[in-house]
Write a protein that binds this ligand. Structure first.
Ligand code: NAD
Length: 302
């Protein structure tokens, strides 16, 4: 069993660190939040006094932080030069492709092997150890990271070289955001044309319009499997996080001069829903309420 330094014990990192501890690893955990640290301790992790202390003599390091600037700050101030060079470094946060590539290159220049390994799956998947990891990095680094990532997920996929995990993640979520909006506006139109939503689901889920946003995550309450729509759009994947990922996708698209009109529209619509109409904390499928003009706002409905 290995010594693992784990930094970032929030909604996602808390469950992931606990799963590594449950598998028998010695997890030295650090977070700026005292509450998060105390909870990790209760769940089998050892408390570290700082990020640098968490990674000192670690064989593996996992970070699960909010955004690129946090990742850069933590790696440059507390990981590189503090963890042993033999440690495999895994950043599981969702961050911009450019920062991921720069940090992996900086780590490599100091003799470290590092991968970007963002996840698909929300808080329940982090708790249950059923995340999907999309990993970017050299083949050898991937092979070393895999042994740890497998303890926190159901699938660990090598996406390509450094930054490819982040590229796969934002491309997937750009498709998801756009397909969710298309699903929402389709159901609203179907209803206005007099179709029963369940009947339309039964037809379209077996016809060429079928997609994950409809069949696995239907935004209409009472239709299809149980989803956040059946809980007033609580829980699930917050619209604020979808917006974060769409912004990362648009930034990446611009950097390679890729034409992404549907992604741009999705970003604009989620900005309106999350930031102007107060839907940030709602599940991203809650955007159907913005598209349905009988809707008021998440604030006034809760
Ligand atoms: P979170 O805000 O709940 O957790 C982040 C944690 O990092 C916090 O506890 C914070 O205190 C800690 N932190 C910030 N700066 C730190 C520092 N310098 N040193 C130590 N700790 C620090 O966020 P989350 O929901 O757990 O998400 C983490 C990452 O996973 C994000 O990049 C997010 O986009 C991604 N993600 C989230 C979900 C989800 O459903 N929540 C799903 C997929 C991916």
């Amino acid at each position: 069993m290995a010594r693992v330094g784990f930094i970032g014990l929030g909604n996602m990192g808390g469950g992931m660190a606990a799963n590594l501890a449950k598998a028998g690893h010695e997890v030295r955990a650090f977070d700026l939040s005292e509450g998060a640290l105390a909870k990790a301790e209760e769940r089998g992790c050892k408390r570290a006094g700082s990020a640098a202390e968490a990674v000192a003599d670690a064989e593996a390091v996992v970070t699960m932080l909010p955004a690129g600037k946090h990742v850069r700050e933590v790696y440059e101030s507390s990981v590189i030069g503090h963890a042993p060079k033999s440690a495999i470094l895994m950043d599981c946060s969702t961050i911009d492709v450019t920062t991921a590539r720069e940090e992996i290159a900086r780590a490599a220049s100091q003799g470290y092997a590092m991968v970007d390994a963002p996840v698909s799956g929300g808080i329940a998947a982090a708790e249950g150890g059923t995340l999907t990891f999309m990993v970017g990095g050299e083949a050898e680094a991937f092979a070393r990271a895999r042994a740890f990532l497998e303890l926190m997920g159901k699938a660990v996929i090598h996406a390509g070289g450094p930054g490819s995990g982040q590229a796969a993640k934002i491309c997937n979520n750009m498709l998801l955001g756009a397909s969710m909006i298309a699903t929402c506006e389709t159901f609203v139109l179907a209803q206005k044309l007099g179709l029963d939503p369940q009947t339309f689901f039964d037809i379209s889920s077996q016809a060429s319009g079928q997609c994950w946003s409809m069949t696995s995550y239907c935004p209409v309450p009472g239709v299809g499997p149980t989803t956040p729509a059946d809980r007033d759009y609580e829980g699930g994947f917050a619209a604020a996080l979808m917006l974060k990922d769409l912004r990362l996708a648009m930034e990446a698209a611009q950097s390679v001069d890729s034409y992404t009109p549907m992604g741009a529209n999705a970003e604009e619509l989620y900005t309106r829903f999350a930031e102007k109409l107060g839907g940030a904390g709602k599940d991203f499928s809650g955007i159907i309420r913005m598209i349905d003009d009988s809707w008021t706002s998440p604030r006034s409905s809760s």
